[in-house]
Design a protein around this ligand. Structure first.
Ligand code: WTA
Length: 645
C-alpha cells in the first residue's frame, strides 16, 4: 500500500472555501450540535414555507428518519427558477454527444422552458403528485428535463439505467407501479445503437399497467408507436406552454426511487425525499468540489445511477452550476475522448470512476499527453476503491501533478458523499477516501458489532443520520430495517469493510456482503445466480467476485448442469448470452466454471468463502474444508478453476 502523502497545494489553500482549521471546527460543530448546524445549512435552499424542526431521526425500532419535516419546498424551483433572476442566460447544461461533432448548450432559461413543457406533457396525461414515472433514457438533455419535470409536479421518478434488459425494466416498472414511461427511440453509445423503445415495448408486454409512453427522438431509427399509448415528445411539446407552476412539496415527500442491488432478493427501491436530500446534495457538491461561480464541472456518470442524480443534476443545478452531460464512452472514437472534451469545454472539475481510469491507463500516457487539460483544477473518483497505482497515474498524467483528487465514498443509500477529502483542507493519501464530511459519524465495528477505536479494520457503520440518507425501501419499510439496521442494532450498516489508520483516515476495502462491484456497478450475486438457474440446462449456480484488472471485480460463476448435459464452450457462451439478455450486459459472467458439485455444509449451505478463494486463485488458503458434506468437491473445483494462467 502506498504511503505517499500529498499536501494541499498552495493555490488551493488560497482559493478553497474550507481549510483544515475550518474543517475541524465545522465538523466538530456538526457533531456536537446537529440541529444548530443543519438549521443553518438548511437555508442554502429556498423554502416556500420555512422549516421550524430540523432533525428527527431514530435508528431503533421502526427506524424513522425525518429532516426539516415541516418545511415546504420544490426541487425544480431550487434547481431552475430561483436562478432565473441572475442566471437566465448562463449555461446550465453543456451536452456533449456520442459523436464529437455534436454538442449543445442549454441556458437556465431554456432549461426552465423545456422542463415546464415536459411537466405539462405529464400533467396532460394525468400524472399527479406522488405518481411514479419510469425514465429509461440515454444521456441526452431530455433525461434531465424528465427528472426535473417530475420534481416540478411532485411525481416520483424512477430512472432505470439504459443498459438494463426488458425484464429488469419490467421488474422495476411493476415494483413501483409506474403508469407512465419516458424513453427515447434509441440510445447511442460508442457509435452503437441501443434499442430503448423496443425494450420498453418488451417490458410493458411483461409488466402491463402502463398507460403512457413518451418517446424522445434521438437517432430517428424506426420504432413501433402504439397510437393510443405512445406519443412523440416533440409532437406533445408543440401543444403545451413553457410555463408550469411548481408543486408545493413537503420536505419529506418522495423525490425519487432508484433501484439498487443488495445481497439478497430482487433489487430494492431506494427512496429519497425532497428537502434533506437537496440540502445535502448541494452542500456536498459545493464543498467537495469547491464549486465556485463560473466553474465548468463534469461528472461522467450515467443518470441511471445515483452519482448522475446527485452530481450531474441535483447538486450542481441547485448551486447554479454549469454541468456537463456526456452521452458517449471514454474510448470512442479514441482513448483521448475524455481529455478532448475537457479541452473543448474548458472543464475545471472532472469526476469519474476508477474503472475508467484503469482502462485509460492501460492505453498509455500518449492519448492523454497529446491534449492540454490546462483548464483542470480538481479531479474526483467514485464508485469503488481506487488502487494507489491508478490514483498516482490519474494525479501525475491526467492532472499534471497539479490537481488534488477527491476520492469520494458514498452509496445509493446515502444520497450524497459521506467520506471524502476537501481539496483545500485535506492532505491526500492515494487510495484513502480520508475523512468524514460534515455531520457524518463513521464507526468501525467488529463482527459482533463492538466499536473499535484507533487504527483498526472492520465493518463500516454510520452511527447517526445525515439529511441525504434514504428514508425507506419503496413499498417495503420492513426490508429497509432488516437490510440496514438489524446487523448492528441502532446503527446504519454500509455493507463495506474499512480500515482506519493512525491519522484517522478511512480506507474502504470493498463490500463484505454478497454484493460485487463490477466497473463501479453494484450487482447482487444472488441476482446473477437466479438468472443462471432460469436456464433449462442449469441445475445450480453460485456466483462470487474475483479481482479484475480493469473492472475492479469480475463475475465468476460456478455452474452445475442438469443430469446428462455435457459442458461445452458453446454452452458457456449460451449462458453468458442468457444472463446478458435476462439482466443486462453489466451482469454477464466473466468466467463460468462447470462444476459437478458445489462445496456445501452438511446442512446444505454453499460455502462461498471457499468459492471466493478459488476464484481469487488463492487455493493454497482454503481454510477448513472438513465440515463439508463432500470434501472431494473442492479438489475438482481447484483443478478446473478458470483463472489458470
Ligand atoms: C463502493 C455509488 C471505495 C462501496 C456512489 C459502496 C467505493 C458502493 C467508493 C456503493 C470509494 C463507492 N471508495 N468504494 N470512493 N465509492 N464505493 O450504490 O462498496 O452504486 O458500498 O453508489 O460502491 O455503490 P453505489
Amino acid at each position: 500500500m502506498s504511503e505517499a502523502v500529498h499536501e494541499v497545494p498552495a493555490a488551493w489553500a488560497k482559493r478553497a472555501y474550507i481549510d483544515d482549521a475550518k474543517y475541524q471546527a465545522m465538523y466538530q460543530r456538526s457533531i456536537d450540535d446537529p440541529n444548530g448546524f443543519w438549521a443553518e445549512h438548511g437555508q442554502r435552499i429556498h423554502w416556500m414555507t420555512p422549516f421550524t424542526k430540523v432533525k428527527n431521526t431514530d435508528y431503533n425500532g421502526d427506524v424513522s428518519i425525518k429532516w426539516f419535516e415541516d418545511g415546504v419546498t420544490n426541487v425544480a424551483y431550487n434547481c431552475i427558477d430561483r436562478h432565473l433572476k441572475n442566471r437566465a442566460d448562463q449555461v446550465a447544461i453543456i451536452w456533449e454527444g456520442d459523436d464529437p461533432s455534436e454538442s449543445k448548450k442549454i441556458t437556465y432559461q431554456e432549461l426552465h422552458d423545456e422542463v415546464c413543457r415536459m411537466a405539462n406533457i405529464l400533467r396532460l396525461r394525468n400524472v399527479e403528485k406522488g405518481d411514479r414515472v419510469t425514465i429509461y433514457m440515454p444521456m441526452i438533455p431530455e433525461a434531465a428535463y424528465a427528472m426535473l419535470a417530475c420534481a416540478r409536479i411532485g411525481a416520483i421518478h424512477s430512472v432505470v439505467f439504459g443498459g438494463f434488459s426488458p425484464d429488469s425494466l419490467a421488474q422495476r416498472i411493476t415494483d413501483c407501479e409506474s403508469k407512465c414511461i419516458i424513453t427515447a427511440d434509441e440510445g447511442l453509445r460508442g457509435g452503437r445503437k441501443v434499442p430503448l423503445k423496443a425494450n420498453v415495448d418488451a417490458a410493458i408486454a411483461k409488466s402491463g399497467g402502463v398507460d403512457h409512453v413518451i418517446v424522445v427522438r434521438r437517432t430517428g431509427g424506426a420504432v413501433e408507436m402504439d397510437p393510443v399509448r405512445d406519443v412523440w415528445y416533440h409532437e406533445a411539446a408543440d401543444v403545451v406552454t413553457a410555463e408550469c407552476p411548481c408543486a408545493e412539496m413537503n420536505a419529506e415527500d418522495p423525490l425519487f426511487i432508484l433501484y439498487t442491488s443488495g445481497s439478497t432478493g430482487k433489487p430494492k427501491g431506494v427512496l429519497h425525499t425532497t428537502g434533506g436530500y437537496l440540502v445535502f446534495a448541494s452542500m456536498t457538491h459545493q464543498y467537495v468540489f469547491d464549486y465556485h461561480d463560473g466553474d465548468i464541472y463534469w461528472c461522467t456518470a450515467d443518470v441511471g445511477w445515483v452519482t448522475g442524480h446527485s452530481y450531474i443534476l441535483y447538486g450542481p443545478l441547485a448551486n447554479g452550476a454549469t454541468t456537463l452531460m456526456f452521452e458517449g464512452v471514454p474510448n470512442y472514437p479514441t482513448n483521448s475522448r475524455f481529455w478532448e472534451v475537457i479541452d473543448k469545454h474548458k472543464v475545471n472539475t472532472f469526476y469519474t470512476a476508477p474503472t475508467a481510469i484503469r482502462a485509460l491507463m492501460q492505453a498509455g500516457d500518449e492519448p492523454v499527453k497529446k491534449t492540454s487539460r490546462a483548464s483542470l483544477r480538481l479531479l474526483g473518483s467514485v464508485g469503488e476503491p481506487i488502487n494507489p497505482e491508478a490514483w498516482e497515474w490519474y494525479y501525475r498524467v491526467v492532472g499534471d501533478n497539479r490537481c488534488p483528487i477527491v476520492d469520494t465514498w458514498w452509496q445509493t443509500e446515502t444520497g450524497g458523499i459521506l467520506i471524502t477529502p476537501l481539496p483545500g483542507a485535506t492532505k491526500l493519501k492515494p487510495g484513502s477516501a480520508t475523512r468524514p464530511f460534515f455531520g457524518v459519524k463513521p464507526q468501525i465495528v467488529d463482527a459482533e458489532g463492538k466499536p473499535l477505536e484507533g487504527a483498526v479494520s472492520g465493518n463500516l457503520c454510520i452511527t447517526d443520520s445525515w439529511p441525504g440518507q434514504m428514508r425507506s425501501v419503496y413499498g417495503d419499510h420492513q426490508r429497509f430495517i432488516e437490510t440496514y439496521f438489524k446487523t448492528y442494532p441502532g446503527k446504519y450498516f454500509t455493507g463495506d469493510g474499512c480500515r482506519r489508520d493512525e491519522d484517522g483516515y478511512y480506507w474502504i476495502t470493498g463490500r463484505v456482503d454478497d454484493v460485487i462491484n463490477v466497473s463501479g456497478h453494484r450487482m447482487g450475486t444472488a441476482e446473477v445466480e437466479s438468472s443462471l438457474v432460469l436456464h433449462e440446462k442449469v441445475s445450480e449456480a453460485a456466483v462470487v467476485g474475483y479481482p479484475h484488472d480493469i473492472k475492479g471485480q469480475g463475475i465468476y460463476a460456478y455452474v452445475t448442469l442438469m443430469n446428462g448435459v455435457e459442458p461445452s464452450e458453446e454452452l458457456r457462451k449460451e449462458l453468458v448470452a442468457h444472463v446478458r439478455k435476462d439482466i443486462g450486459p453489466i451482469a454477464a459472467p466473466d468466467k463460468i466454471q462447470f462444476s459437478p458439485g458445489l462445496p456445501k455444509t452438511r446442512s446444505g449451505k454453499i460455502m462461498r468463502r471457499i468459492l471466493r478463494k478459488i476464484a481469487e486463485d488463492d487455493f493454497g488458503n482454503l481454510g477448513d474444508t472438513s465440515t463439508l458434506a463432500d470434501p472431494a468437491v473442492v479438489d475438482d473445483l481447484v483443478n478446473n478453476r478458470q483463472n489458470k494462467k
